[in-house]
Structure formats: C-alpha cells, structure tokens
Write a protein that binds this ligand. Structure first.
Ligand SMILES: Cc1cc2nc3c(=O)[nH]c(=O)nc-3n(C[C@H](O)[C@H](O)[C@H](O)COP(=O)(O)O)c2cc1C
Length: 183
C-alpha cells in the first residue's frame, strides 16, 4: 500500500475546527492541486473564494438573509453563526460555459473533483476540512452576495482549520456493497 492509498483510506471530514487556518503557502499548494482535477477540454470551469476574519461574519449575514421566516430568531442566529464554525471557509464555484462536446454536468463534476482535491491537499498538510452545502448554497441571495454570475453555481463551502477534536470514525461500506463486475 502506498502512502497515498493509506491516506485516502484513513481520511475523515472534521467538523470541529479552530484557528489557525491554513497558511498562504499551504493554500497555494492546495489550490494548485485543485487545478489538477480532471477537466474535459481544459475549460477550467471553476473558481474559489477564500473567506476568513470579518468575511466570515459577512458570510453569516448573507446566510441569515436567506431565512424564509424573519421572525424565527433562532434559525436566523443559527445561519448567522454557521460560517464561524471554522477560521476559514473556501467557496467552491462551478463556472460552466456552453461547449459543443462538454455538457454543463461534466463541468460541474470537474469543479466538484477540484473541491475534493483541494480538501485532500489541505488534509495532507495537517488541516481539517468539512465540505458543506445546505439550502444556503442554492439561494439566490447568497449567489448575488458572493458575486456569482447567472451561469455559476456553488459546489460547496469547504470549512477548514486546525482540528480541535477529531470526529469519531464513520462506518464505511464494504466494497462488495457498491461494486459489481459487468457483464
Ligand atoms: C456536495 C456535498 C455537500 C455536503 N453538505 C453537507 C452539509 O451541508 N452538512 C453536513 O453535515 N455534511 C455535508 N456533506 C458531507 C460531509 O462533507 C462529510 O462527507 C460527511 O459528514 C461524512 O464524513 P466523512 O467525509 O468523514 O465520511 C456534504 C458532502 C458533499 C459531497
């Protein structure tokens, strides 16, 4: 077994995160890894926003603004505080564009693959990551506030930082449960 396989077999998402966030050099390397995602016709159909510090509060305000019931103070506060669960949130954005051979879904999948590589690279550098979406990822107010164009979509919010308490192991399915040889 190689170190890469061992790393993949043992990785876990980590929801409990604290400062420090990934440093600039680690971030740059991790984004370079994200750019190695499979990418049909090399369209580069992705971009990222790095949010930290006061930006996390601003992101929380955007999340809070999506609450359908503006008298539900508890829900509003929960949304407002959501980005504060980590010292850094990286917004993964798919930027698909019309192409004769590459449908939009392939471009969104490429963006998701990049997000995955980004997370793995940050974990390899010793940081924790947790990929989250929720209704806020699909809300037009969040898209507008983050400056997405009409053709863009959010593939996820990658919460990252130092692991404050490791998550208990998640039960993994046996390979025989989801793999068949065909025909
Ligand atoms: C596209 C996508 C969106 C997700 N959104 C959420 C989310 O909003 N909240 C959450 O608790 N987990 C979410 N997850 C799942 C976690 O990132 C994580 O994979 C899950 O908790 C299982 O932990 P593990 O990665 O250690 O197996 C999402 C995963 C993906 C791929």
């Amino acid at each position: 077994m190689t170190a890469v396989t061992d790393f993949l077999l043992n990785r876990s998402s980590e929801p409990r995160l604290e400062a420090p966030a990934p440093d600039r050099e680690t971030l740059n390397t991790a984004f370079a890894c994200a750019a190695r995602a499979p990418d049909h016709a090399l369209l580069r159909p992705w971009r990222y926003l790095v949010v930290e510090g006061e930006g996390l509060k601003a992101l929380g305000e955007l999340f809070a603004s999506t609450c359908a019931n503006n008298s539900d103070e508890q829900e509003i506060e929960k949304l407002r505080r959501a980005p504060l669960r980590a010292p850094m949130v990286i917004v993964g954005i798919a930027s698909p564009r019309p192409h004769p051979r590459v449908p939009e879904v392939e471009q969104v999948m490429s963006a998701a693959a990049g997000m995955s590589f980004l997370g793995l690279a940050l974990q390899d550098a010793g940081y924790g990551v947790m990929w989250r979406t929720g209704a806020v990822a699909y809300h037009s107010a969040v898209h507008k506030g983050l400056g997405l164009d009409d053709h863009e979509q959010i593939v996820g919010f990658l919460y990252t930082g130092s692991v404050s308490a490791a998550k208990p192991a998640v039960l993994r399915p046996g390979v025989e449960e989801f793999v068949r040889h065909w025909p």
